[in-house]
Every structure is written in C-alpha cells, then in structure tokens.
Design a protein around this ligand. Structure first.
Ligand code: GLU
Length: 526
C-alpha cells in the first residue's frame, strides 16, 4: 500500500468524496481495498451478497480492489460445502472478487483456518505486551459467576490480576486456557462510523473479550482485525450487527500500533412485516440458492440489493453494478431499515425479462435455468412409470418448474391428526431438514422414516401432507427423489409456505414448540 504524508492532501478524515483515507497519524492510503468476510456456516445468504455488492461497487468506484475472505474459525459450524456455495452464489451474481481463496492474491491465504500461525503470533505479541492474559476459568466457574451476577454481565476478570507464578502453576498443571484481551475498566470508546458519525460506548459495558479459544483457534474479533490489517483493507463495510464490536477492534488496533480502517456499517435488511424485523428465514427466503431456483435473474437480484438503503441520484430504479459504482457515495446510504420486499424484486425481475431480452435471449435464459437436458435427465426417470402419453409430462412435472405451488391448505392433511396437531410436525420436520448437510433421496428417506417413528405415525401417512405442500397435489412423482431434484431451498420454502397457508404458528406456540423440539431432537440450526 502506498502511503504518502497527509500534508499532501487537503480534505480531512474521512474524506467526503471517499477518495482518500486519511489516517490519524497523518498518512493516507492511496489504494482503496474492501472485503466481504463471510463465515461458511450455512446457506449462502442474501445478506452476504448485499455486503459484497456495496464493497465491490465502492472498490470499483475508486479503482480499488475487492477481497473475499472466508472466516472459518468456527471449526464446528464451518463447512467446505458452505464455502463453495458462497463462492458459487457470488459468482452467479457476478460479484467477482480480485483476491480470494480460489484465486489467491498477494495477501493470502484468504481462508482463516489456514492462518492460525499468524493469529497465534499476534496473540503472543499481545500477551508479551501485557494487553492480553490467559484465563484458566472453567466453564463451570463461568456459569456460576453468570448465575450470581445475573444475565448480561461479563466475565469477572479473576485471571486478569494473576501474577506470573500463579499462571505458571496453571500452565505446569496442563490446564486448558483461553486468551482474553484487556479492555479499559473506565472511560469510553469513541469510534467514527461513516454513516453514523461518532459512536460512543462506555468501557464498563465491554467484556474482556476472548481472542484465542482453548482449541487454539482465534475468535472472530482477533482474526478479523489481524486480517483486515494484513490484507490492507482501507474500508470495512459490513452489517450493522458488528458495530458493537468496534470498540474492542479499535483497542486491538491500538495495542498492535496499527491504524484502523474506515468503518461503514450498513443498515440491516428487514422483513416486510409490521415491525420490520431483522431479515430471517422464518419469514423470508434468504438463501441465494432459492432465488436462483425460483427463476430470478442475477442482474435483477444485484440491482434489488443495491436499492437496499441507496438510490440512484436520478431516482432510476433499474441499474447495473457498473452504474451503481459510477454513482455510489457511501455517505448517501440511508439508515432507515431497508425492507427486503419480494414483490418489488419480482417486479424488477419482470422488467429485466421484458426489457432486456428478445424472445431468443429469453429462451437462452430459460434454457440455462431449467429447460435443459441435464435437468430433464433427473426428472424423466421419476415420471416414466406414471406416463401413459408423452403429454402427461406437463401435468406431472409442473412442480419442478415452479416456485409457489399454492397448495390448498384444506388438502394438507395427515391421517388421524387435526391441523393443530399437524402444524408442529411440519415445523419440526422443517427444522430437521434445515440441519441436513446432504439432500439426497436416501438421506431424506432415512430422515422421514426416523421422524414418522418419533411422531408415531405410519410413514405413508406421514408423507401425505408433504406431497401436497411440495407439489400442490397428492399425485406426484416419488417423494424423496422429487425432493432431491427440487433441492433443499425450494423444499424448505414450500413447506414454510404450506405452514403459513394453514394459518401459521403463533409466537407463543413457537416458543413452546422450540422447547419440545429441543428435548426431542436436541436443538436446531441458527
Ligand atoms: N465473518 C463475519 C460474518 O460472517 C464478518 C463480519 C465482518 O465483516 O467483519 O458476518
């Protein structure tokens, strides 16, 4: 990164044009570098695409670079499949990165699990400088402290004051430990957010954050700061949910003697409901896979995400990433909760289909989507036993080419169960489907057999409502093979819609159900 004395530049920190970052000690970075840093722990989320878009557009607008970094330090929840799905989805959307785990770059590796040595070295540095300490408190002790102090209180800092001899005794005994950073005990942290201005937080409200876990992996906070610095990120543009972490991050920058980047926290995407709740898959499709399967065009998706908190200066609603980059000023992003309104997305998608495609071009898009022999090859064996004429194809295969199959709620029934009794079974099945890593016929068959046993319902009867939820009719191709062809996202979406069509499950009942589910199945995916 080229750094030149601040006296060369006229505008202050941060520059209103966003053209240069002026660092506090008087240096500026001539290269704008942004990043998106997803954790590969589930389906590729539209929120990741939203952040990637603003980072990419801003980098493009400044002739800078956009980096993709995989934050997979959570060894339990991270998977390579999820990472691949994120890469595929962002590529499908055309949000191409300049450096990343697949293409490398000058600041690699770009996968945090391959950088553990780097983090350990930095943790050691903090320990040596006295900015961090080893904490040997057991989980039992921490639980006890929490129970005594009440909810919302932090670690009581018992290990912070331990002297070297005490630490040595713990170490010699081979006790497991985490490393915590020291945060100031009083005063307040002041940060500057590009959209919010000054944001203050009392240090007394900030915990001595764990930075290295007992498994030797860093936590998000340490790895994120170290990587943003080493990867020379000039602007951290990410979701609002991270704003509370900034005081700790700034402290780490200070402890290391590094200049922090410019922070810009994007507003959270919201469900289109009365309270504008945080976008959640319970209320809204959030997986990029779903949108692809449902026939949305990547250019419409990206355009729609660009409208989340930002508008073109001339008010034009249809725009490309290039046009967005030419017009984007980060400080124009509005903080008033952008609503992820599917009806609007459909409208926009329709505009692209009509305005940007002649029939031939549209045909090409349809072929790329589902009207192709690869997809047919999966369906033909399923319909063959049921065909009397070739034209039966249309009636039997409709659900493979649809989004909403609009099932009649009255027809979603399970033998011997009332609707009230059936709804929880559908919901718990949905949670179990959420947990599946593989989505093939055999896995689904095993799952449904297990569920029907747990719920004490014959498998045949158990499957009944799923035919209607997934195909809109009781007569369809074999259930599990058909589910495999539809894919996890479409299947879950249709079951969710069926639950809603049947009247849904109230918040209170859902809470009760979650408890029941916890005891029967041991919790669910976030
Ligand atoms: N790994 C974090 C996430 O999944 C990244 C947050 C950040 O951009 O700093 O959201």
């Amino acid at each position: 990164m080229t750094r030149v004395p601040a006296s060369w530049i006229i505008v202050g920190y941060p520059s209103p044009t966003g053209l240069f970052t002026v660092y506090r000690e008087g240096f500026m970075s001539a290269e704008i570098r942004t990043r998106v840093a997803p954790s590969p722990t589930g389906d590729p989320h539209v929120g990741t695409a939203y952040q990637a878009l603003f980072n990419l557009a801003f980098a493009k607008s400044q002739g800078g670079k956009f980096v993709l970094r995989i934050e997979d330090t959570d060894q339990v929840r991270s998977t390579r499949e999820s990472e691949q799905a994120i890469l595929d989805s962002l590529s499908w959307l055309g949000l191409q990165w300049d450096e990343g785990p697949d293409i490398g770059g000058p600041h690699g590796p770009y996968r945090q699990s391959e950088r553990t040595e780097i983090y350990r070295k930095h943790v050691d540095e903090l320990l040596e400088k006295g900015h961090a300490y080893r904490c040997f408190c057991t989980k039992e002790r921490l639980d006890e402290v929490r129970a005594q102090q009440g909810p919302g209180t932090g670690y009581d800092r018992l290990c912070r004051s331990k002297d070297e001899a005490a630490i040595k005794t713990h170490m010699d005994a081979g006790e497991a430990f985490v490393v915590r950073m020291k945060v100031p005990l009083e005063g307040e942290s002041v940060m500057h957010d590009l959209l919010r201005g000054e944001v203050r937080k009392e240090w007394s409200l900030v915990d001595d954050q764990v930075i290295l876990k007992s498994d030797g992996y860093p936590t998000y906070h340490l790895a994120n700061v170290v990587d943003d610095h080493l990867m020379e990120i000039s602007h951290v543009i990410r979701g609002e949910e991270w704003i509370n972490s900034v005081p700790k991050h700034l402290k780490l920058y200070e402890y290391f003697g590094w200049e922090p980047p410019v922070f810009c926290h994007l507003p959270l995407l919201r469900n289109d409901d009365a309270n504008k709740t945080k976008l959640s898959k319970r209320k809204n499709p959030t997986s990029i896979h779903y949108f692809r399967k449902a026939g949305f065009l990547p250019e419409a998706m990206v355009n729609f995400l660009g409208m989340m908190g930002w508008i073109m200066p001339d008010g034009e609603e249809k725009f490309s990433v290039e046009t967005m980059a030419q017009n984007l000023k980060l400080e124009d992003i509005s903080l008033g909760g952008p609503v992820f309104d599917i009806a609007k997305l459909r409208w926009l998608n329709g505009r692209y289909l009509r305005e940007d495609h002649d029939p031939k071009a549209l045909q090409t898009k349809l072929e790329a989507w589902s009207l192709n022999s690869d997809y047919y090859a999966k369906i033909v064996p399923l319909v063959q036993p049921r065909l009397e004429t070739l034209s039966d194809w249309g009636r039997l295969t409709g659900p493979f080419f649809m989004d909403d199959v609009a099932p009649d709620p009255e027809a979603i029934v399970m033998k011997g169960k009332t609707t009230e009794e059936l709804l929880p079974l559908l919901q718990m099945t949905l949670w179990e489907l959420d947990k599946l890593r593989a989505f093939d016929e055999q896995t689904l068959k095993d799952l449904f057999s297990r569920l029907s046993e747990t719920f004490e319902v014959k498998l045949r009867d158990f499957n009944g409502p799923f035919y209607v939820a997934l195909a809109g009719t009781k007569v369809w191709t074999p259930l599990f093979a058909s589910m495999e062809v539809l894919g996890a996202d479409m299947v879950r979406m249709r079951i969710r819609r069926a639950i809603d069509a049947m009247g849904g499950i109230s918040g209170k009942k859902m809470k009760k159900l979650e408890k029941e589910y916890q005891s029967k199945f041991g919790g669910r995916n976030a």
